[in-house]
Design a binder for this molecule. Structure first.
Ligand SMILES: CC(C)(COP(=O)(O)OP(=O)(O)OC[C@H]1O[C@@H](n2cnc3c(N)ncnc32)[C@H](O)[C@@H]1OP(=O)(O)O)[C@@H](O)C(=O)NCCC(=O)NCCS
Length: 257
């Protein structure tokens, strides 16, 4: 069911979930809805337009029908022109290559949000659709109670050669966490990937050499500030001693021997 909401919002209800999003200023008729099993062929087409990866048919069935995934479509003129697929899951169920996302102090019982896919059809890029999809996907997870305070990180994999997407995520608070050689294997033209992560709700990366360098730098900067202020308060101390201690000592009556 599709409803026109107030203030230029579009709302779509599906069983228990409802999403309301602002109308895209560039594409005035842009609408958002959940992916459905009947979308498989269209999603395959979009995926070919977006990703140089050969996903198996089972993957398309899963992202269009699995209730554990949040799969949203951006629709224009009855065509799916963008999609996002996100899953919130226990950190402990992450694949081996992502098992170093969180520090031990934050990983116990933590959840993480994994962006399986975010893509916009080539001809509709740079119109703000990718940004809105990302925001809507996360907002929906939050409003449906799946993205709670125990969710400590949002992460994804992105080809090392995909500079546009890496820049897109960096500008939205993500950072490259690890380099995964041959991550996509034979299923893609360019195989290496970055795991990119954005920490939320106090989530932290585990300690590493680079973390140590950052901490040491911070301590050095603090020490430098402290040392530069030493002459300042040592001067004040000297003045105080001169004014109060020295002058009162001088004013004592001299004892005659
Ligand atoms: C990454 C991707 C999803 C971004 O989608 P998009 O719809 O182009 O994203 P947006 O339009 O919201 O933002 C893209 C850039 O265009 C800019 N932009 C947005 N509207 C604009 C406009 N009207 N005019 C000019 N620039 C605009 C944004 O500021 C943004 O730049 P920034 O990242 O430096 O801030 C898209 O490039 C894509 O589908 N790539 C292929 C699939 C992929 O790589 N997915 C990610 C890996 S999972």
């Amino acid at each position: 069911m599709l409803d026109s909401g107030t203030n230029g919002h579009v709302c779509r209800s599906k069983t228990v979930d409802t999403i309301c999003v602002p109308m895209n200023p560039v594409l005035g008729e842009l609408q958002f809805r959940f992916l459905e099993p009947s979308d498989v062929e269209e999603v395959k087409e979009l995926s070919r337009d977006c990703f140089p990866i050969n996903y198996p048919d089972s993957w398309f069935v899963e992202i269009t029908s699995s209730p554990k995934l949040c799969s949203l479509a951006a629709v224009h003129s009855s065509r799916i022109i963008g999609m996002i697929v996100v899953e919130v899951k226990p950190f402990t169920s992450c694949n081996h290559e992502d098992s170093d996302l969180l520090s031990c102090s934050t990983c116990k019982d933590a959840q993480v949000a994994y962006i399986l896919s975010l893509g916009v059809a080539k001809q509709h890029r740079r119109s703000g659709i990718g940004s809105v999809l990302l925001q809507q996907g996360l907002d929906h997870l939050q409003s449906s109670g799946r993205l709670k305070s125990d969710c400590k990180a949002i992460y994804l994999h992105c080809m090392v050669s995909n500079l546009t997407a890496l820049k897109f995520y960096k500008r939205r608070g993500f950072r490259e966490h690890s380099y995964l050689a041959n991550y996509y294997g034979a299923s893609a033209q360019s195989a290496d990937a970055y795991c990119c992560v954005k920490y939320i709700n106090g989530g932290e990366p585990p300690w590493s050499l680079s973390t140590l360098v950052v901490v040491v730098n911070k301590i050095c900067a603090a020490l430098k500030g402290f040392m530069s202020s030493v002459p300042c308060w040592s001067n004040r101390l000297l003045q105080f001693v001169r004014r109060h201690v020295w002058s009162s000592a001088n004013s004592l009556p001299t004892r005659r021997l």
